[in-house]
Structure formats: C-alpha cells, structure tokens
Design a protein around this ligand. Sequence first.
Ligand code: HEM
Length: 577
Amino acid sequence: MWQGEFTWAGGLLTRSIWQKGSTFALPRDIWSILFGTLWFLGWLLLFIWILATTSAVQNWLVYGYRWLFTPCYKKIPFVGKPHELSWWRYLFYGHSSYAAVMASPIEIARWFLQSKSTLHSDIFSYCFMFLAPRIALVSPEAAKHVMVKNVRNYVKPPMVRQGLSNLLGNKGILLAEGEDHARQRRIILPAFHFDALVHLGPIFRAQGRQVVQRWLNRSKPEEPIDVHLDMTQVTMNVIALAAFGYDPNTDSGQELYRAYRDIFTQRPPSRMLSMLFSLLPNGLLRNIPLSRLMRRQQSNVRLVKKKVTEMVQKRREEYEALWKEGKPTSHRDLLDMLVAARDYPELEKKSSNLPYLTDEEITSQALTFMAAGQVTTAVLLSWTLFELSIHPKVQEKLRKELQTLAAINSETSSSVPLQRDAELVQQLDKLEYLDAVLHESLRLHPPVLFITRQAVQDDEIVGYPISRGAIVNIPIVALHRDPEQWGSDAESFRPERFLSSENHNAMQRHPMAWLPFLYGTRACTGQRFAMLEAKTILFELLTKVSVQLQPGCEVKGHGMVSVPRDVRLQVVDLYQE
Ligand code: HEM
C-alpha cells in the first residue's frame, strides 16, 4: 500500500510515502510522522538495550573476577541461588529482590534471618545486582566489629557515596572518613548536647500543637488523616526552625518541603528507573522521554541544594557583619554553631589542629541535617502512631503516663513560657514507658534498614577472613527481629521488653542488639535530637486525641528509609463534648 522512504526523525520527512487512492483518509504527513517515530523509537530501544547489555556484561566480568579472586569469598558460606528465581532474573538481580529495598522491610528481615538459620552462620555471602558480592553480618557481635572494634577499616563504598553525595554534597560529616571525619564530628557534637537541645523544646511543642489543632479543626472530622504526610510536614518544620531558623510557612519553605517529600517518597517504578538510568550516559538520558521522572528528581535535588546554600550564605553574612562590628554573636540554632566554628581565623592561624569548617562543609553539613534529621524522625513518628493505633492498650497506658506528667507540670512549672517548655522536655526525657514505646517502634521499624561498608584492609570478623575491598552489610532490620536476641515474640510490638522491670531479658541480650542509630564513632549525632522531638510531639498529640487505624487499611514499608505507605488514621478528640 505504501512505498518510498522516510527519515528517522518523524517530522523531518524527505519524500512522500503515501500513494493516491488509499482507502485510509489520514493525511500523508501523519503516516510519515507515525512510521518515522516508530522507526526512531525502535533504534533507540536497540541502542539502550546494547548499552545496558554491554554494561551488564562488564559488571558480570568485574564481579565474577572478585568472586573468584577475592580470598574471603571461598571461606564464607554462600547462600546459593534461590530455586524459585530463573537464571535470567538471578543474573540480573542476584538476591536483591529479597535483600535490598526492592522488597519490603519485613521481607528483607525474614530473608536474612532465614538464610542465617539455613546456613547456621552469623555471616554469609550473597549477590547484589549483576551478581556483585556482598557479605551479610547477621549478629550484634559481627556488627560491633564494624561499628566499634575496627571502625576505621570500614568506609562507605563508592556506590553509597555517590548516591548520598548527589543530595548532600561531598564534604559533610556523613561522607567524611578518617581524620577529616573526626575533626567534623568534634565540631558538630556540642550542638547536640542535651543542655543545648532542651532549649529547642518550644519549637518541638509549638509544632506538635499545630498538627493537633489541624486535626481537631478539620471540616470533616470523620475522614481519616494520612499520618506520614503530616509527620513529614511537622519534622520538616522542626528541622527548618531548629537547625536554620528558617520559616517553613513561607512560599519558599513550602517549595522546599514539596521537593524533599518528592525525593524521599520515590515509589518502586521510579526507583527501578533510577537504577536502569544509572547505566546510561548522562547526555543520552536527557533525550529519553521516560527520564522525565528522573529529571524531576534531579531538579528537586538542585532546588534543595540552592535553598540550603542561600540559607548558609545569608547566615554567614549576618555573622560576619556582627563579627566585624565587634558585637556578640548568638547561638540560636545548629547553623549559628556551624558558621561560628568556621570563623575563627585568628585561632586557626595559631594551630592547624583547631577545628573549623569550610564553606562547602557548612553547606554539606546543613544538607545532612535536613536529610538525616527530617525523614528518619518522620518515619519514627509515623510507625509509632501506626503501632499505637493497632495496640489500644499500649496507647492508653502511654496516655496515662503523659497525662500524669501534664498535670504535675501545670502545677509546678515556671511561669515563663519558654522555660516551661524546656522543663517539660527535660521531664519527658525521664518517662520510662514513653522511652520504651519509642525503642520498640525503632526496633520493629528502624528507619535506616541496613548500612553498607567496604573493608580498607584485610581483616577478620567473628573468625571469618574479610579481604580488602570486600563489601559488608549490616541488616539492622533483621537484627532487630532476630528471635535469638528478642525471643519468640520478636515480631510483636511489646514496649514492656524495654522496661527495667523486665531487666532479666535485657541481660541475656547483646548490648548492641538494638542499633537503629549505630554505635561508636559513626553513630548518629542526632539521636537525642530525634528522641526529644518525637517524645514532645507524641506528648502534644496523645494528651489531646486518640488514634485508630482506618479499617481495611493495609500498611507496608518501602524505600531506603522504610517509609510507611498509606497509614490512614481516624482521630478522636479526647475532650469532645
Ligand atoms: C529516628 C531518627 C534517626 C535515625 C534512626 C538515624 C539513624 C542514623 C544512622 C543509622 C546513621 C549512620 C549512617 C551511616 O553511617 O551509614 C546516622 C548518621 C547521622 N545522623 Fe542520624 N538518625 C536519625 C535522626 C537524626 C537527626 C534528627 C539528625 C540531625 C538533626 C541526624 C544526624 C545524623 C548525622 C549528622 C549523621 C552522621 C554521623 C557520622 O557519620 O558521624 N540524625 N543516623
């Protein structure tokens, strides 16, 4: 029916292909464009396929070489190919459908624990994508070796660094290693001291009150709330105010909030795409329509970086102006402290050992606090509210503890509002059941599911050799559900296990069996910040409302930071008339 030729770019037709007398009424140009586009897409797909296959073969050769010639892999038990996986899927995914974020957190935990029990070994090897070798450390003692005993020998591998540096820049504490890391940590730690943090009490309380007011003033109180959305907003506000004194209620603050939410709530298709597109050169990426999702992701990252850089620069200018005028500089928030640490030029000259932070480091640090401090705490609060919503007795017991404190506090606390808030935060920190509830929530739903490290030198972990370059993985989520440490009810939510009255159980447990913040010199610097924030916000919420899970609501975790998906809660006003 049709003859002739057309160019590959549909619109750029060189000659007509449609002969007169056709039974179809479509104009010639449309057919030409259609066939031209199909032709173009066909070649493009072939090109992508060739690139992806070449890259996969190259990966298989590199990783195959590592399996064969890295001595430790011959001595560590290997988990084997899952029989239900076809060879093709196995070659491509390895065990990552079970052991990485493509599975849900509970599936990940079960897979590691099952492999541990089948192999009768706390340490075993398995494959990541393209059969890349990994070593799992599934006991607190093995994890302790990497976190504490020989921490300097284990650094973040290039793949992890690349993922983090896209968002955080290259110079922050999370990516620093060795002496550089120790220097940055020395500077940052004082800002997270308990005495400094209780002064953030008014911010924590005000944000908690705002959420509960929003819940109570809804026009349709019977409609459920999306708890993770609200907790994301509240923790974003807290970190923006407490770390940077940045007003989240401005248009610009809202823009930042939306970009952050998008970055951290990537769903499986876009995660898969991120992985596939990472195989292609950047230039090619821009021309593929499918990469629109990825481009949105990149533009979100650019926006966050731009905003944080602006905040840092503004604060530095303010600080320098005060410094030049000889006026006292204030320490309102984390950013003040970072800027001050950088600006000790006189002292700096005297000793090169004195701490200081460069401009780039300050920006990276600020981005790190935003990323590390916001999403993780939102996840902690969302899972805790979810667990309380399905365990009404625990919720009631906790409410009693909080209400008792509220009653005491209203009688005895200071008449100065800011001081009163700081005092309350101090008292909240001493509540045993509140602490136990948060510990139990972090045990079952650790926001960071696992950490990955690469050995710098040959080493030995619990009697097994670890060769230089080997990549080890601590699956926190699996260690937290291991019946060997937590007993036969390891999968149940039971805060009582953390109470001192059940100390006999705790004595049998390894001191590092609970490790959501890690231990040692790489432990989370924001642990106290996160716990105080979560405690204060729960206090504000649970003394005013009760929460129940919306019937029929199926909740699953997903993503790098175990974001709970679709937690819909019904909120009941405790003082409703
Ligand atoms: C529930 C909340 C949180 C959890 C579960 C958590 C967990 C973690 C974990 C597991 C690490 C180690 C990551 C690694 O080395 O691969 C880490 C590091 C870090 N976290 Fe947190 N975090 C939380 C909240 C916060 C907050 C609120 C802040 C700051 C405001 C913060 C700041 C940091 C920083 C700066 C590091 C890097 C420490 C270093 O490398 O020396 N985190 N966090």
